[in-house]
Design a protein around this ligand. Structure first.
Ligand SMILES: Cc1cc2nc3c(=O)[nH]c(=O)nc-3n(C[C@H](O)[C@H](O)[C@H](O)COP(=O)(O)OP(=O)(O)OC[C@H]3O[C@@H](n4cnc5c(N)ncnc54)[C@H](O)[C@@H]3O)c2cc1C
Length: 447
């Protein structure tokens, strides 16, 4: 069954695809502008999310994990500190403002920030449809001009139920997807860390014995996974396998941190591709394959304590790679190679976790029809305007905005929360400008 919302009165100004923090921030910007505007000139916006309810990396909501960004970089403050969608207002409404201040931290618990996101998402719930997996975006042409897109979504629990909505612009913010090493095969006992919490809960509830777990990776998620498994399975050996000599600490020093300032996006955007590349290379250590120093020190302390006690459960298999992983019904046999000597060790493990990172989803295959309208640079990367609007062929006046998959044009903040509030404001302003003057498409997006 297909439901159509494509009549002239039901055309959206913007449809957001995905409803994580990025499009949530945009929904708030739209909502606040609409509420403040006396002439009713707010945008007609909708947001489609495949999950049945709001959820931000639920599989990694480890009880004591903290945010890696200041709470002041919430959904609105950097755009408008007077908004009532701030984290501080959330705290006030939850009755924890004073208690939070007494913690003397800028970095709330991840579960607390998740609750803040849920609180904010509920307040703009009228703009969102959950259980709406976007399966296609098709251009609609009139007089040779692509003026709209027809966005088709499907309910994951009732795949035969399709809904088509027409819009003047889409904002694609489909986030990150798990990255696996080539040839990796997932099973009941082999997972990506994005599934950590439900998988561990299942093992514990079913009283499945876990005597050994192997974790591949050396980034923040890998270290958190090692620590979590070590705590949840107190009788198990936890083997941390990675090619480095040791975990690298995240660089959150004050000058390096400026790479996440809104101004840094301007500087990055204007730079040549060589300078862009070198900035991303210099500052990768702020985000990629690095671990918070506190966690590194805590794991090291645990290892030493175990050495003293003669019960070594936490094992660092450094300068090593997994050469083979063979799943069996009740576990997985993992072959680990120590790279300096080539010596191999076979581990019979109950669990293998690939904590091998994430990659942006970007405009994926399911959006193929609009991907064809987008212009690309010499390196086959999407050309994206400073206002986050993808550059398109001249006959396309419908807009495609991107959040997340723009590290090559807007820098390291693209996949992070640091500039979410500001970026949402920029996209909102661009949507308004294009609605009042569709011809702006030609100048802004190709300027
Ligand atoms: C465990 C973890 C912790 C992190 N912690 C931090 C942190 O502390 N600070 C920081 O700055 N960054 C952090 N990050 C980085 C992270 O990318 C951002 O926090 C944030 O999730 C980006 O928001 P987003 O909305 O762009 O993407 P996402 O949060 O990934 O949201 C994308 C949404 O799109 C939905 N979706 C995808 N495809 C479709 C489709 N076809 N149809 C409908 N819906 C779809 C997904 O279900 C998802 O809800 C963390 C990442 C992880 C994995």
């Amino acid at each position: 069954m297909t439901t159509l919302h494509t009549g002239p009165d039901s055309i959206y100004d913007v449809l957001g695809i995905g409803f994580g923090p990025s499009n949530l921030a945009l929904a708030i910007a739209v909502h606040e502008h609409g509420a403040a505007s006396s002439s009713g000139d707010g945008l007609r916006a909708g947001f489609l999310e495949r999950q049945p309810r709001f959820g931000w990396h639920r599989g990694m909501l480890i009880d004591d994990a903290t945010m890696q960004v200041s709470f002041l970089k919430d959904l609105v403050t950097m755009r408008d500190p007077t908004s009532d969608f701030t984290f501080l207002n959330y705290l006030r409404e939850r009755g924890r403002l004073v208690d939070f201040l007494n913690q003397k931290t800028l970095f709330p618990l991840r579960i607390e920030f998740h609750d803040y996101f849920e609180w904010a998402a509920a307040r703009v719930g009228h703009l969102v449809e959950y259980a709406a997996d976007v399966v296609s975006v098709k251009p609609v042409t009139e007089d040779g001009e692509v003026r709209w897109f027809d966005v088709t979504s499907r309910d994951p629990d009732a795949p035969e139920r399709l809904t088509v909505r027409r819009t003047r612009a889409v904002c694609v913010a489909t986030g990150l997807e798990p990255h696996l090493p080539p040839g990796a095969e997932l099973s009941n006992r082999v997972w990506h860390n994005s599934e950590l919490l439900p998988r561990v809960d299942h093992l514990l509830r079913s009283e499945t014995p876990v005597r050994r777990a192997v974790v591949l990776g050396a980034g923040q998620s890998a270290a958190e996974t090692v620590d979590y498994l070590h705590r949840r399975f107190p009788g198990a050996e936890i083997c941390s396998v990675f090619a480095k000599y040791g975990y690298t600490p995240a660089d959150d020093s004050p000058f390096a941190n400026r790479i996440f300032d809104p101004e840094a996006v301007d500087v990055f955007y204007a730079a040549s591709s060589e300078v862009k590349q070198s900035l991303n290379d210099y500052h990768r250590g702020t985000n990629y394959s690095v671990v918070d120093m506190d966690l590194i020190e805590s794991l090291s302390r645990t290892m030493y304590q175990e050495k003293v006690q003669g019960t070594q459960r936490l094992r660092m298999m450094n300068v090593s790679r997994i050469r083979e992983a063979a799943s069996r019904a009740d576990g997985v046999r993992v072959t680990v190679e120590f790279l300096p000597t080539g010596e191999r060790e076979t581990l019979d493990a109950d669990v293998l976790v690939f904590a091998t990172g994430y990659q942006p989803r970007g405009i994926g295959d399911h959006l193929g029809d609009i991907a064809k309208l987008c212009l690309r640079d010499e390196e086959d990367q999407l050309r994206v305007g400073r206002d986050h609007r993808v550059e398109t062929a001249p006959n396309v006046t419908a807009g495609i905005y991107l959040q997340g998959a723009t590290e090559h044009t807007h820098g390291l903040t693209s996949t992070l929360l640091s500039t979410t509030a500001v970026r949402a404001g920029e996209i909102h302003a661009s949507l308004l400008a294009h609605r009042s003057s569709p011809a702006a498409t030609a100048t802004t997006s190709r300027g």
